[in-house]
Design a protein around this ligand. Structure first.
Ligand code: 2PG
Ligand code: MG
Length: 422
């Protein structure tokens, strides 16, 4: 492994115009690489802590100068001049230096930016593409290309809360390649734009991840509109294109009830609603259908949705190995939404990924709603053999950076995608 010469941090802006952290790792050889980290809006309670300045006079308190200060100071001092035998050793040094269980002292944003910048610099020095470095780190060969799930419609915290549920996504199920997946998605997205102009007589508005945010009154209308858009594009729902949904329901669960479409549903009623949607629409993956604190009802939901619809845990699991263990033991879900910044180092995220895979789960590798132009996500999704990706809609440069990088990787290394529905 290479020797580190210096580590530097910089406060930059993300796709919401909020500060985030970029780190640059310079090696003794002169090789130098940078990485920037994303940030969520609908965050889980158990996520590692992003360090924000809390100074209301700068960026409404969202500044990241403290995190950058830690990179330029303590982290740089501790790591410069050292060689780490593996990415795991480097990450362990960062975790130990921070010393808190949630990375709140140095900041998970500072720690993850350094973890990824180091991986990129090491890959560069070794002359390998980053996805190869990630595959070697995981100890497993790359055997498939992930199938994308792409945002079409948004509500909730990503879309202005016109309805409670957060995202309805397109799954180009019949596509034989990543390139073809994007072609199909574009056709559906274009049809959805037309549909919105006709139906709502308005220019479409896009949400945080570039999905459309139609002014509907009921959550189910997003599913209905998605089916109409697929058909309008000349495709068959459930055959060429399936749907996925991220309800992010922790964010409309208040005092033990789900506040959906003006109704107040208990956990049982919410579960019945989800099962009904999964029966009437070709939903192959349902994320955070129940709230993160509603653990007791997840196993029944998972059982009822199987085998046609994946029960995907995001806020519930927070990419945290201990929470994933609990979910495996209680059969609470059968798929992991992997977001590296929820846990804060590559090594811990890999542990989470491997736990899920060993339990026979599917893994959807995901970006955050606040992203940058950095594309390490794409190399990670391929290198760790993710089953699916979730990187937002087919618009907006911070999303396209990921898709365009995936197109490059696919050209270098064409591999089959797993069929879906299974
Ligand atoms: C999610 C993500 C990405 P956020 O909930 O899955 O869509 O959103 O980054 O806001 O948590
Ligand atoms: Mg989610």
């Amino acid at each position: 492994m290479p020797r580190i010469r210096s580590i530097e941090g910089l406060e930059i802006l993300d796709s919401r115009g909020r500060p985030t952290v970029k780190a640059t790792c310079v090696l003794q050889s002169g090789a130098s690489a940078s990485a920037s980290v994303p940030s969520g809006a609908s965050t889980g309670r158990a996520e590692a802590v992003e360090l924000r300045d809390g100074d209301p006079s700068r960026y409404g308190g969202y500044g990241c100068l403290k995190a950058v200060y830690h990179i330029n100071g303590e982290i740089n001092r501790k790591l410069s001049g050292r060689t780490f035998a593996s990415q795991a050793e480097l990450d362990r040094a960062l975790i130990d230096l921070d010393g808190t269980p949630d990375k709140s002292r140095l900041g998970a944003n500072a720690i993850l930016a350094v973890s990824i910048a180091h991986s990129r610099a090491s890959a560069l020095e070794g002359g390998a593409p980053l996805y190869r470095y990630f595959a070697e780190m995981s100890g497993q060969p790359i055997t498939r290309f992930p199938r994308p799930t792409l945002n079409l419609f948004s509500g909730g915290m990503h879309g202005g809360r016109q309805v409670a549920i957060q995202d309805v996504l397109v799954v180009p199920a019949s596509a034989g390649s990543f390139r073809q997946s994007l072609e199909i998605t574009h056709a559906v997205y274009a049809a959805a734009v037309e549909l919105m102009a006709e139906r709502f007589d308005a220019r479409w508005l896009t949400a945080d991840e570039g999905g459309l945010a139609p002014p509907v009154n009921r959550a189910e209308e997003l599913l209905e509109l998605a089916i109409e858009a697929i058909e309008r594009a000349g495709l068959t729902p459930g055959v060429h294109v399936c749907l996925a949904a991220d309800l992010a329901s922790s964010h409309f669960f208040k005092d033990g009830a789900y506040r959906l479409d003006g109704k107040s549903l208990n956990s049982h009623e919410m579960k019945e609603q989800l099962v009904d949607w999964a029966r009437r629409y070709p939903i192959v993956s349902l994320e955070d259908g129940l709230a993160e604190e509603d653990w007791d009802h997840w196993p029944e939901l998972c059982k009822r949705l199987s085998p046609t619809t994946l029960t995907l845990g995001d806020d519930l699991l927070c990419t945290h190995p201990r929470r994933i263990q609990n979910a495996i033991q209680s059969n609470a879900c059968n798929a992991l939404l992997l977001k590296v910044n929820q846990i804060g180092t590559l090594t811990e995220a890999l542990e989470a990924c491997q736990l899920a895979r060993d339990a026979g789960w599917m893994v959807t590798v995901s970006v955050r709603s606040g992203e940058t132009e950095d594309d390490w996500f794409s190399d990670l999704a391929v290198g760790w053999s993710g089953h699916q990706t979730k990187a937002g809609s087919i618009t907006q440069s911070e999303r396209l950076a990921k898709y365009n990088r995936l197109l490059e990787i696919e050209k270098e290394m064409p591999l089959p995608m797993i069929p879906w529905p299974h």
